[in-house]
Write a protein that binds this ligand. Sequence first.
Ligand code: PMV
Length: 325
Amino acid sequence: MKQISAYANANIALVKYWGKNDSGLNIPAVSSLSMTLADHGTQVFIAPSATSQHELLMDTKALAKSAHDRLAAYLEAVRARYSFGHYFRIDSKSSIPFASGLASSASFFAALACALNEMLALKLSSQELSCLARMGSGSAARSIFGGFVGLHGGHDLRDDDAFAFPLVVHPSLKLHLVVAVVDDTPKPISSRDAMKMSMASPLYQGFVASHREDFLGAQQALGDGAFARLGEIMEHSTLKMFATMWSTRPAIMYWRPQSLALIEAIYDLRRAHGPIAYFTMDAGPNVKVLCEEDALPLVLRTIAERSVTKNIFCVAPGGAVHVVR
Ligand code: PMV
């Protein structure tokens, strides 16, 4: 049996998925929309195991128990679906800055799904590949595609309908994300657990009920090249997601004072220069700012001036998952 390697970029959601339906198949409760990030991703290496169990590594070192158990469970779920007899040695290497809030699990599971497809000669379509990645991590479904990507979610959705798909973007939109890292210590609670808890919030139903409008509105704005409309929807979706976390018991608080300082900086920037930059955040304290190419120098300067970041970097839209030959 051969050795296979595959690479996938990470992605950041502009319209957030938060919560899953009760199928146990990792199906997002709501649809989402993301940007795939250039040159920030994970390469997965897969080969037959020399033993009668999986050997699961990261950067050549054995995975910690929780990550090992999650990956082993994923491989068993894949085995149940595509019945194969092998055990694998799986290693990975990520180019994503540590604890930057660019979920490396999305790029990892997308690259792994691609490598398994090749290894087991499954001949899956991109749509099927996206479902296979989603079984590992919801947002991984989106990292199968490059550019801007939609992912179907819903409480009644069947497994093979919860796939990602590429979106049409107006050629005039030259979008970039600026990632502002304010805290790189481990997060207090995983997105998996936080999501589960948030679903008990009295605000969660409102998040779900109003989501479709955001999802469709953002797609329309991307197609129309309407940057400000897209940015407004992104901020609204982000804050609605956090509202469900803040209103659960106990409350989940990922934000740090530095996060709020950067959000204020973006508001100040818009007051002074118009609708040129919008923020989003995920299950962590770091802030990502969406802007067009010509606003990048000003956005970077504004963030740096607040002196609350440990690291700042810019990312352009990136390409799709692929086998590394
Ligand atoms: O991919 P997961 O299951 O770890 O969840 C990701 C959740 C958010 O990043 C907060 C939102 C999203 O749509 O990516």
